[in-house]
Design a protein around this ligand. Sequence first.
Ligand SMILES: [Zn+2]
Length: 491
Amino acid sequence: MTPQAPRPEEFAAGRPVLFRDATVLTMDPAIGVLDRGDVLVRGERIDQVGRDLQAPEEAVVVDCAGGILMPGMVDTHRHMWQTALRGLGSDWTLSQYFVFYYLTWGKIFRPEDIHAGNLLSAVEAVDAGVTTTVDWSHGLQTPEHGDAAVEALRAVPGRFVLAYGNLLGAPWEWVNSPDFRAFVDRNFSSRDDMLGLQLAFDVTGDAAFPEKAAFEAARELGLPVTTHAGVWGATDDRGIRLMWDHGFMTPDVTYVHSATLSEDSYHRIAASGGTVSVSAESEHNAGQGYPPTWRLRRHGIPVSLSVDTSVWFSADLFSAMRATLSADRTREHMTAHETGETVVHNSLRARDVVEWATIGGAGVLGLSDTIGSLTPGKQADLVLIKNDRSPAMYPILHPYGHVVYQATRADVHTVLVNGTMVKYAHELVGADLGRARDAVAATVEYARTAMGEDAWREAVEPEIPETETISNPYHYSDYRGEGVAVRQQEG
Ligand SMILES: [Zn+2]
């Protein structure tokens, strides 16, 4: 911080904030990109976007020179409770993940463990410039677990959507239980842009379609549904077909992953106005299928991005944007090579994945009039990416590409959520990381004791299958002088 820079406490009194001299990625097609642009925030809202804006007398001015100002990022699928065991499953497969949570250890998580994971994940999100996160919360065994999740999300100054789920229960049962209805009344009696509610459950493909009662409850409660679809070995075209036949493929349904579906299912998603949440880093590693953006683009299905779970993967959208763009381009190259062709122009641009991470995510959540772009009148969720100590932040010649391929979460300088400063000059403001760390430390100790050392070690170091080494026909020998064969081929 330079001596002239405002101190964090100056932002507290609700004074207007003028962001000065940034490369502004507004993500608003009517405004576009501004070089040396300014953004003025008054109260909760973006007041003005332009060049050489007049600073109101009482305004706090943030010097953004050398930085990129963009809308807060939106993550449409994150199992926040699993952040309590961050990185434990780095070497898992999807089946090991299922065995760990669904069959073995999911049941040991108490309300305080859900609280701990959510708290750390929420702080992590806002710190990395993710101002809106859908908490795909399928560890809610009881409404008390749900209360704990809500309490954590309300304790951190970010924008969240609780997607209520319970991986140990049947959705058609828990969603219709009086306890769950009481939970909804208790926590969501009025509409709140800072904490929304959805229902999170998967459709197994059982021809009897027991999930019908869960969809009916969602309709009755007026809640969107988010569902893991097209996950290899778990959910497939049958689930889509059942939803279609029963009239539950409404535009507010989010299909997470959707990596292994038939053309027919993508047609149905497109026709119904549904959207897909792509978790490229997860799809690459876990095996749900290839990140599907190359197919979604052809079907015109709106895309948003997500990070899935920190028990395995990174939880910032820089990584998600990078993985998504790389996956899409990789597929295009490989497809071309199969027919001897060369890709000479990339179809998917850096700008596209920045869109998916911002206005795309806002659209999926029905919040495109509220957030997702730096448009006057919208709620002020914005991120300043600026790091004068990083060689990688200079020069900025292609701002979208810079966000995707050069910047990292360490370059997130300032974050505003709903007009409130939650991070400034690389320091969190009003989010208690120490409390979150203490809570997670207690959960780690509890889980490790409950599991026992053998199970814990097996989770960290799952068995490695034998890899067949192929035989090599070549044998290389040293140079032996002119006229002497230097390589011998063995039979
Ligand atoms: Zn998931």
